[in-house]
Write a protein that binds this ligand. Structure first.
Ligand code: A2P
Length: 317
């Protein structure tokens, strides 16, 4: 399997297990099964509401001697309610407690969206949001740098950040984000963002790499094929004796991004990591390049209301 390399030489296995929308009662088995079947990279977040169960899986695996802490690459994310500089460390400490760890490998600012401190998970009304003037991303980033300096995380980065927002942070600080985790799949290829990050030595992780599997994109009121039902993807899969999901994962790995397919199903967890064993050829890449719809399944619209300060999360309007 490919590995991504940080500037200090640390390495991150390209294929990891995603845990967004993994039910708490299923995620512990999913993480244990994944690690017993070769995964060494697990992607978590406080807001997923399942870090305690993920932490139980880690503790049991360490106790059973299946892996050591240092064999794993573990990511988590700062939720929007802890963007004030002084709130970053307590949020990270909470995550570490839930995950039963002393440090993370990577901690990310989950969204370029801030809530007023004290808001539980999601805002109930417009006043629960703080604008980026009230709590600037640069302030949150200072908290992240502090967490890294304290040794609570080896690397720091962001998620769902546009080139414009990355540029803003890069202007304000000498410590630039090491990672940007964003939605990436054949229906949302984001070549400009990939080029921008590569130029600036920012690594990328592809979330929802299966295009949400069986969810059909709606484009201008027209329903398209779900990514895993797409004819081109299925044709390529057949050609290589692989599954459509394996084609999507291998495509992401070959592009040089990390990729974190979510599954709680034992068979699919194994199938997904085995995608590293297939080889896509030049023609496959040409065919997949034509599938780009610039379609976001996770469009951030859940943070946009008429009266709050957010209207263009991805700076694309
Ligand atoms: P499940 O957990 O039951 O396997 P994405 O990572 O793009 O957001 O997609 C996640 C969805 O894809 C989940 O519903 C997950 O369901 C499903 N999934 C994961 N791996 C596969 C696979 N190999 N084939 C088909 N569906 C998959």
């Amino acid at each position: 399997m490919k590995e991504l390399k940080f500037k200090n030489g640390d390495k991150m296995p390209a294929i990891g297990l995603g845990t967004w929308q993994s039910e708490p009662e299923k995620v512990k088995n999913a993480v244990k099964h994944a690690i017993k079947n070769g995964y060494r990279h697990i992607d978590c977040a406080a807001v997923y509401g399942n870090e305690k169960e993920v932490g139980e899986a880690f503790a049991e695996l360490f106790n059973e001697g299946v892996v050591k802490r240092e064999d794993l690459f573990i990511t988590s994310k700062l939720w929007n309610n802890a963007h004030k500089k002084e709130d970053v460390l307590p949020a990270l400490q909470n995550t570490l407690k839930d995950l039963q760890l002393d440090y993370l490998d990577l901690y990310l600012v989950h969204w370029p969206v801030a809530f007023k401190p004290g808001i539980k998970s999601f805002p109930k009304n417009d006043d629960d949001y703080a604008s980026l003037d009230e709590i600037p991303l640069e302030e949150t980033w200072e908290g992240m740098i502090n967490a890294k300096q304290k040794g609570l995380t080896k690397h720091i980065g962001v998620s769902n950040f546009s080139p414009k927002k990355l540029e803003g942070l890069m202007k304000a600080t000498s410590e630039i984000p090491e990672m940007n985790q964003v939605e990436l799949h054949p229906y949302l290829q984001q070549n400009n963002l990939i080029e921008f990050c590569s130029k600036n030595e920012i690594l990328l992780t592809a979330y929802s790499p299966l295009g949400r599997a069986s969810i059909k994109p709606q484009i201008n009121n027209e329903e398209k094929e779900a990514l895993l039902d797409n004819k081109v993807i299925n044709h390529i899969a057949k050609k290589h004796g692989a599954s459509p999901a394996q084609v999507a994962i291998k495509w992401a790995e070959t592009r040089g991004t990390a990729v974190i397919p979510k599954s709680t199903n034992e068979e699919r967890i194994v199938q997904n990591i085995q995608s590293t064993g297939i080889n896509l050829d030049e023609d496959d890449f040409k065919q997949i390049a034509k599938l780009d719809l610039h379609h976001r399944f996770v469009d951030g619209s859940f943070f946009i209301t008429k009266g709050n300060p957010y209207d263009d999360i991805y700076d694309e309007a």
